[in-house]
Design a protein around this ligand. Structure first.
Ligand code: PGA
Length: 257
């Protein structure tokens, strides 16, 4: 798939933010979703307890809903956990796995992230696999080594003929030091890492890897979206803080309108 054919994804990660009253903000996003039809996919990943409400509200609007994490197993004695099947049942079409906050707060390893990505596929969800270096790793010149290792360990194998990775896999490059800090890498640094990830994806999945969307994440806001989202091999954004307000989220997506 040529780069020009990749439809970008603008995904909002609400993290542990949002109550049922947030439906109003989500509704404002939904109201504008049709403007992006065919140009970009718009997704919000709210806290799990809001997925069913948001998904029912957004039905038919073009705005889609995802989860922020899932357990690797289908069901069982795992108090507090939620399976990919449950997310799908609630109306989610995708799930973020391996976000740096999960890797840090819950000690998630690459192997655990890979198991979750496979669980997403098992449930028919798109897996949004997050990778990214810490500041100390960037300063040590180890960014590509770290990101390469995370990709090797976190991406599931796909049967090239039957698993459409261009549809069911998204990679999000999120430098940990850029998340929630207002700091962003230079466009040249983003371009270097995204080109590297593209190379790893085609090495791994063949031609299908050329169609996998690679999102940039970390302090994306309306004021820097034009610069960040037009970098080659940047096929959209994973947005934290700025995805909580419809005006900011839509202001970022406006790059693709
Ligand atoms: P941020 O978060 O946009 O608030 O930096 C990004 C993320 O963690 O996905």
């Amino acid at each position: 798939m040529a780069a020009a054919q990749i439809r970008p994804l603008v995904a909002g990660n609400w993290k542990m933010n949002g109550l049922s009253a947030s439906l109003a903000e989500f509704g404002a996003m939904k109201a504008s979703a049709a403007e992006f039809a065919g140009k970009a996919d718009l997704m919000i990943c709210p806290p799990a307890i809001l997925i069913a409400l948001f998904a029912a509200t957004a039905k038919g609007s073009g705005l889609i809903v995802g989860g922020q994490d899932c357990h690797a197993k289908v069901s069982g004695a795992h108090t507090g956990d939620i399976s990919a099947e449950m997310l799908a049942d609630a109306g989610a079409v995708a799930v973020i796995v391996g976000h740096s906050e999960r890797r840090t707060d819950h000690n998630e390893t690459d192997a655990a992230v890979k198991a979750k990505a496979l669980a997403a596929w098992r449930a028919g969800l798109t897996a949004i696999v997050c990778v990214g270096e810490q500041l100390s790793q960037r300063e040590a010149g180890a960014t590509l080594k770290v990101v390469g290792g995370q990709l090797d360990g976190s991406l599931p194998d796909a049967d090239k003929s039957s698993d459409p990775v261009s549809a069911n896999l998204v990679v999000a490059y999120e430098p940990v030091w850029a998340i929630g800090t207002g700091l962003t890498p230079t466009p040249a640094d983003v371009a270097q890492v995204h080109a590297f990830i593209r190379g790893k994806l085609t090495e791994r999945y063949g031609d299908a890897g050329a169609g996998v969307r690679i999102l940039y994440g970390g302090s994306v806001k309306p004021s820097n979206a034009g610069e960040l989202l037009t970098i080659p091999d940047v096929n959209g954004a994973l947005i934290g803080g700025a995805s909580l307000k419809a005006a900011d989220f839509l202001g970022i997506a406006a790059v693709y309108r």
